[in-house]
Design a protein around this ligand. Structure first.
Ligand code: 1GP
Length: 243
């Protein structure tokens, strides 16, 4: 299955990914979320976390695979999060930051492992955006996020990412963001690039997901809101897919 193709060719139909942080779910909860995701037509399951405290990545992926047939994409917090049981991996280059380790350093170390894994690689320009308070992602990455109101910076960063050959842009307020990326910024970035645009961080309900899609996101990622209330999954999925 070519996941990038599925993402790109599906446009302008909007897509929905649920983020599963392996630290936060028990085995039974993974089963529940996997089943609910399949039932409610979620397009992709993202697995990963900025900081993992337990070695549960593989068992989480295997559990998902046992109970649903949705594509599993690793959204890695570091080069330790590579696992051949997933379908694809976002090879994130943190282009909003100036930390060489996250622009190229970790990739060099991970490259042979990723190659051996056989995972589909989706080179992704990762742009962290300030969301009201410091997130784990910005702290751990040792980078400054793009200021909330500076959409021009996000637009130019995304353009540069595309010109460098990255195949997707991910605008992220960070997990548990107090506010999601502004629709104005999403719109500006979407107009600046021809590659798919993923938006996540702090999207907590169907109204927010709809707003982000209408602004131009091709794929919306939700983690915390679903982790706190699984009922949100159906509502958000419906809002995104009915656009
Ligand atoms: C974080 O975009 C993801 O990197 C999802 O964020 O958990 O806030 O939905 P939330």
């Amino acid at each position: 299955m070519n996941i990038y193709k599925k993402l790109k060719e599906g446009a302008p139909k909007k897509k929905f990914a649920v983020l599963i942080d392996p630290d936060k779910y028990s085995g039974q909860e993974v089963v529940e979320i996997a089943r609910a995701s399949e039932k409610n037509h979620v397009d992709f399951l993202f697995v990963g976390g900025s900081l993992l405290m337990r070695d549960h990545l593989e068992r989480t992926i295997l559990k998902i695979k046992e109970y649903c047939s949705l594509p599993v994409i690793i959204f890695p917090g570091s080069n330790m999060q590579v696992n051949r049981h997933a379908d694809a991996i976002l090879l994130l280059s943190l282009i909003s930051g100036r930390n060489p380790e996250l622009l190229i350093g970790q990739h060099v170390v991970a490259a042979p492992y990723i190659k051996e894994s056989g995972l589909e690689v989706i080179p992704t320009g990762y742009i962290l955006v300030d969301s009201g308070a410091q997130t784990t992602a910005s702290y751990i990455s040792n980078t400054w996020p793009v200021p909330y109101h500076k959409k021009d910076i996000a637009m130019c960063t995304a353009m540069a990412g595309e010109m460098l050959g990255l195949r997707m842009i991910y605008l992220d307020g960070g997990s548990g963001a107090q506010k999601f990326v502004s629709p104005e910024m999403v719109k500006g970035v979407k107009q600046s690039i021809d590659i798919p645009l993923v938006v996540g961080g702090g999207i907590r309900n169907a109204t927010a997901a709809k707003q982000i899609c209408e602004a131009g996101a091709d794929l919306v990622v939700v983690g915390n809101a679903i982790e706190e209330n699984l009922d949100q999954l159906a509502r958000i999925s419906e809002a995104i897919h009915n656009l």
